[in-house]
Structures are given as C-alpha cells and as structure tokens.
Design a protein around this ligand. Structure first.
Ligand code: NDP
Ligand code: 8X3
Length: 253
C-alpha cells in the first residue's frame, strides 16, 4: 500500500529532508510544495527516481491558491494521509519595539494563517483516510520558551502547539493523529531568512554548537508518521545537547 504524504516548505531544510526520508523509505508518494519552482523541479528530478512526486508551486499565505491547489490534486495524489505542516519562517532578531510590523504580519500569515488554511483544506481528506492518518505540525521550542527577540515568532509557534492539541480533541474518533514537533537550534536556511540573508550571522550562530540537522528532524517526523495507528505523539521537543535553558534575566534600577 502506498500512502500519500504532503509536505509544505519542501524546498529547503526540514521539509526537503522529510521529502528525502519518505522517498528513501519506499511505500510513499509525495506532494511537495514551496514557492521556489526551480528547486521543486530539481527535487522532483532527484526523488522521482525513488517514488512518485507531484510538486506544487504554492505560497501558503495565498489562501485562494492553497484551497484551489489542494482541492484539485491529481487523482493519484489526492488521498493525502500524512500532512507535514512545515512551511514557516522567523523574521528579525531585534526587540519588539524595533521590529517591523510587516515582518510580524508575514510571520503570522505564514506560520499561523498558512498552516491553518492548509490544514482546514485537507481535513476532509485526512478524515476520509481515518486510522493512521497524521498531521505533523512543525512548531518550535520558541512556542514553549520565550527569548529576547522572539516576540511574534514565539507567539506563532505557541499557536501551532495549542492548535495541534485542540485539533486532536476535535478529531477524536476519526483516527487522525495530530502532533506538534518542536525543534530547537537547527541549521538550515532558517537564520539566513531570519536575518535577511546574513550568512555570517547564520554561520556565527551555529558555530561550534553541533546543532540539529534537518535529517534529524526528518527521522523524527518519519517515526511519528510510521508509529502504529493507535499511538499519537502529542508533543515532541528536541534540542541539540549544546542548547539548554538560561536563568531569568532580572532588570535592576
Ligand atoms: P528553511 O528556511 O530552510 O525552510 C523553510 C521552508 O519553508 C522552505 O522550504 C520555504 O520554501 C518554506 N516557506 C517559507 N515561507 C513559505 C510560504 N509563504 N509559502 C510556502 N512555503 C514557504 O527553514 P527550516 O527548515 O529550519 O524551517 C522549517 C520549519 O521549521 C519552519 O516552520 C520553522 O519555523 C521551523 N523551525 C525551525 C527551526 C530551526 O532552528 N531551523 C527550529 C524549530 C522550528 P520557499 O522559500 O521555496 O517557499
Ligand atoms: C527556531 C528555534 O530557538 O531559533 O524555531 O526560535 S529558535
């Protein structure tokens, strides 16, 4: 039996690693989405040798486009059983009072509105698949632990966590599982995007940390999706060993 997996943000980082993980496992067909068409074409070429791949150039913030694309998937790819809601981003590292409202809006539109549009659109299909179907939302430690400069990004990932859990309540009895996977420091294009393309800042952040690799997260996603159908991972938080909590900061007059 071949299950269909839909991954948002499959052009880089965790999403791309997940696509490769499912492709190499065998027994899956993939729907891969992202905004960068050229990358999608390259990935389809690479993974097309291992499994059936359908790519969709899609901006998850474009609600009409998402609904139109996901409700008209080619027949062979229409029965999505595993949804990996991965597309997302952080923008900016400065304090809230110095942040751009445009950046805040883009994070909300992508990490919250985009994720909910994709989920809402695919829910009837996932429920139809029933037992063993999975929604795996990529949250973040930022949803659990605040940090300076995290402001709206932390808020969006807190949304992803609570939405995941509340969705589980509503889906009780349908067989559809919902998980919030919350990674910590992981090297991908994430910091490059967050800093507006500052490769030096990205390199500096990860230097000497032995951070999480996208393949580590892909292994976790794959594990969650392939657990026996009676098991649901509600929440999985993963940090590299090099990362830990700090003391509270105390401001003194
Ligand atoms: P990357 O920047 O490497 O990948 C992000 C992916 O999201 C890209 O494929 C990008 O594709 C896609 N994406 C971004 N915006 C949109 C959009 N509007 N529409 C469609 N696709 C979009 O970062 P990561 O792999 O690290 O990030 C993946 C997820 O993991 C995000 O949700 C992030 O918040 C989360 N995360 C990351 C951590 C980290 O430290 N790296 C830790 C915890 C969570 P394209 O540009 O082609 O559209
Ligand atoms: C990304 C992890 O700690 O940079 O979600 O917010 S962190």
């Amino acid at each position: 039996m071949t299950d269909t997996v839909l991954i948002t943000g499959a052009t880089s980082g965790f999403g791309l690693a997940c696509a490769r993980r499912f492709a190499s496992a065998g027994g899956y067909r993939l729907v891969l989405t992202g905004r960068r068409s050229e990358r999608l074409a390259d990935i389809a070429k690479e993974l097309g040798e291992q499994c059936e791949v359908h790519t969709l150039t899609l901006d998850v913030t474009d609600r009409e486009a998402v609904v139109a694309a996901l409700t008209s998937l080619p027949e062979a790819f229409a029965q999505v059983k595993i949804l990996v809601n991965n597309a997302g981003l952080a923008l900016g590292t400065g304090p809230a009072q110095e942040s751009s409202l445009e950046d805040w809006q883009r994070m909300i539109n992508t990490n919250i509105a985009g994720l909910t549009t994709v989920t809402h659109t695919l829910l009837p299909t996932l429920i139809e698949q029933g037992k063993g179907a999975s929604i795996i939302n990529i949250g973040s430690i930022a949803g659990n632990w605040p940090y300076p400069g995290g402001n709206v990004y932390c808020g969006t990932k807190a949304f992803v966590e609570q939405f995941s859990h509340a969705l589980r309540c509503d889906l009780a009895g349908t067989g559809v599982r919902v998980s919030n996977l919350a990674p910590g420091l992981a090297e991908s294009e994430f910091t490059l995007v967050r800093t507006g393309g500052d490769q030096a800042a990205s390199d500096k952040l990860y230097a000497g940390t032995n951070p999480i690799k996208p393949e580590d997260i892909a292994d976790s996603v794959f594990w969650i999706a392939s657990l026996p159908a009676h098991l649901n991972v509600n929440q999985l938080e993963i940090m590299p060993v090099s990362q830990a909590w700090s003391p509270f900061s105390i401001h003194r007059e």
